[in-house]
Write a protein that binds this ligand. Structure first.
Ligand code: NAG
Ligand code: NAG
Ligand code: NAG
Ligand code: NAG
Length: 235
């Protein structure tokens, strides 16, 4: 029993020491793939592109409905604190202030290393992956937890414990790494100038997901009302 205790203690001390030595890792500079966001019991699947050098991210989604296609397309310029919301079909674009909380990719300098983990099993080829978990606090003082792969620091899973929306989970799927930027994620020509001052209510990534969810709901409601009205007027 005493031996077990001693072993446990030694393990704890070792992990504390190695924990102190772990430096926040840098995620690959150019990534793209799918970003699944779970917020207030609903799940949204976006496509994403990320450019670490320019601190830019694009999240977008296109849905083909029977007659029309709906797009959500946002450019997040974390460095400049600006967000562009684009509609390529109508060539409209707005530029809003972007808060830099809730950046899902990358381990911030002041994050704390928690522990290494294995997802699945390592003794069978391709059946497991070694993961590191990190924890920290956003500028607003809300806690987050991030899981990245041990090799290459590829983002895998991020949880933000937000005051407004509770636990928000982001999972990265089908990510691909690129040696060079596929796209510099600059706004298209129909957007306000890059020098133009962003206007409107400041947003962040989680707020965008929440807004697009609200828009989905409004669309569904208006469809219901239409159906109701059609039937009502045909009486
Ligand atoms: C939607 O339709 C367009 C053209 O009709 C097509 O290019 C695109 O791949 C479709 N998107 C999805 C998600 O099915
Ligand atoms: C789809 O488009 C056709 C032709 O533009 C139109 O007649 C029809 O009402 C539309 N259907 C719906 C469900 O919007
Ligand atoms: C992820 O990748 C797999 C394998 O390439 C593919 O079959 C699947 O459709 C992809 N899923 C999404 C959501 O893109
Ligand atoms: C209107 O109501 C009838 C009877 O409830 C239903 O069969 C029909 O599908 C409705 N029409 C539309 C456009 O939903």
């Amino acid at each position: 029993m005493r031996l077990l205790l001693a072993l446990a203690l030694e393990f704890l001390v070792c992990s504390l020491i190695t924990g102190q030595q772990m430096q926040p890792c840098k995620s690959p500079p150019y990534l793209m793939g799918k970003l699944l966001v779970s917020l207030e019991g609903e799940i949204k699947l976006w496509s994403y592109e990320y450019n670490a050098a320019l601190q830019r991210m694009r999240v977008f989604d296109t849905k083909n409905l029977t007659n029309q296609s709906i797009t959500w397309d946002y450019l997040l310029h974390f460095g400049e604190g600006a967000m562009y919301e684009m509609d390529v079909l109508t060539s409209t674009c707005s530029k809003r202030p972007l808060r830099t909380d809730y950046q899902p990719i990358g381990i911030p300098d002041h994050a704390t290393f928690m522990m290494p983990l294995v997802l699945g099993i390592l003794s069978v080829p391709s059946a497991g992956v070694q993961i590191n978990s990190w924890q920290g606090y956003t500028l607003r003082g809300e806690q987050y937890s991030k899981l990245v792969t041990e090799v290459e620091c590829v983002p895998y899973h991020t949880i933000f414990y937000t005051e407004k929306h509770g636990e928000v989970v982001m999972v990265f799927l089908n990510s691909t790494m690129h040696r060079t930027a596929l796209d510099d994620l600059s706004p298209p020509r129909f957007c306000p100038d890059q020098d133009a001052h962003p206007t409107g209510r400041p947003v962040d990534l989680i707020e965008l997901v929440s807004e697009s969810k609200a828009r989905d709901l409004r669309r569904a409601l208006s469809k219901l009302i239409n159906i109701y009205m059609n039937n009502y007027s045909s009486l």
